[in-house]
Design a binder for this molecule. Structure first.
Ligand SMILES: Cc1cc2nc3c(=O)[nH]c(=O)nc-3n(C[C@H](O)[C@H](O)[C@H](O)COP(=O)(O)O)c2cc1C
Length: 210
């Protein structure tokens, strides 16, 4: 069974929260996926201090909301990160979470290898930086040996993009093209997961030190 971890990188219960919950609902309905949800809303997420405690001791010096993120990444086969567009790119909250994943890699250097990663971004403007936000998340997947998926050409390209018109959940619910891009991206995510598993558990064997 596909285990999908969805992260909302908005400090509000609004557009991004709705999109990620809809994605998890869809994956449960279509593929009987097991899902987990995490929102940055109300969570204490400290900046990475580059203290290198994680490199020396194998764990992060902070004790905060990232614990749930670490356990979600560990548990999942696939990760969907959603971000509102802030100043033309991902939200600060998502950036902090991605920076803090250095501690995860320090304790388990190939722990994310072969996991599928997809991204969704919603902006108040039609072209407000959604693709740049997605690219930053995809870079994180690449750096961490994951397998990034987009949504394919004719509709979803790098991943799911929404135009919220700054109307929160109502705005993205009304964005039919955005929803199409979300479902297309989820299909690619599910296909990627099937492909990784078909090849006789390459993900497991790929964990060997090279
Ligand atoms: C600090 C800040 C910066 C923003 N910058 C952009 C931007 O550069 N481009 C854009 O399209 N929307 C921008 N927005 C609007 C949000 O991306 C948009 O309303 C989004 O759908 C909010 O998601 P949420 O409802 O999940 O919080 C910005 C909003 C905030 C608060």
């Amino acid at each position: 069974m596909l285990k999908l971890f969805g992260i909302s990188g908005s400090p509000r219960i609004a557009a991004t929260d709705w999109i990620i919950k809809e994605a998890l609902r869809y994956a449960e309905e279509k593929w009987n996926a097991e899902t987990r949800y995490f929102s940055v809303r109300g969570k204490k997420l400290n900046f990475c201090l580059h203290c290198d405690h994680c490199i020396k001791e194998g764990s992060c010096i902070h004790d905060d909301g990232m614990k749930e993120v670490y356990s979600g990444f560990e548990w999942a086969d696939a990760i969907l990160i959603g971000t509102p567009v802030y100043q033309g790119t991902l939200s600060g909250q998502v950036k902090v979470a991605l920076d803090r994943m250095r501690a995860f890699a320090a304790s388990n250097p190939h722990g994310l290898r072969g996991k599928i990663g997809a991204a969704v971004a919603d902006g108040g403007d039609r072209i407000g930086g959604q693709e740049i936000a997605i690219r930053s998340i995809v870079d994180f997947y690449l750096i961490n040996e994951m397998v990034p998926v987009g949504g394919g050409s004719f509709g979803a390209n790098l991943g799911a993009t929404f135009w919220s018109k700054d109307k929160g959940a109502d705005g993205v619910k009304a964005d039919k093209e955005g929803l199409k891009s979300l479902y297309k991206t989820l299909y690619r995510l599910a296909e990627g997961w099937v492909m990784m598993n078909k090849k006789g558990g390459e993900r497991e064997s790929g964990r060997k030190e090279l």
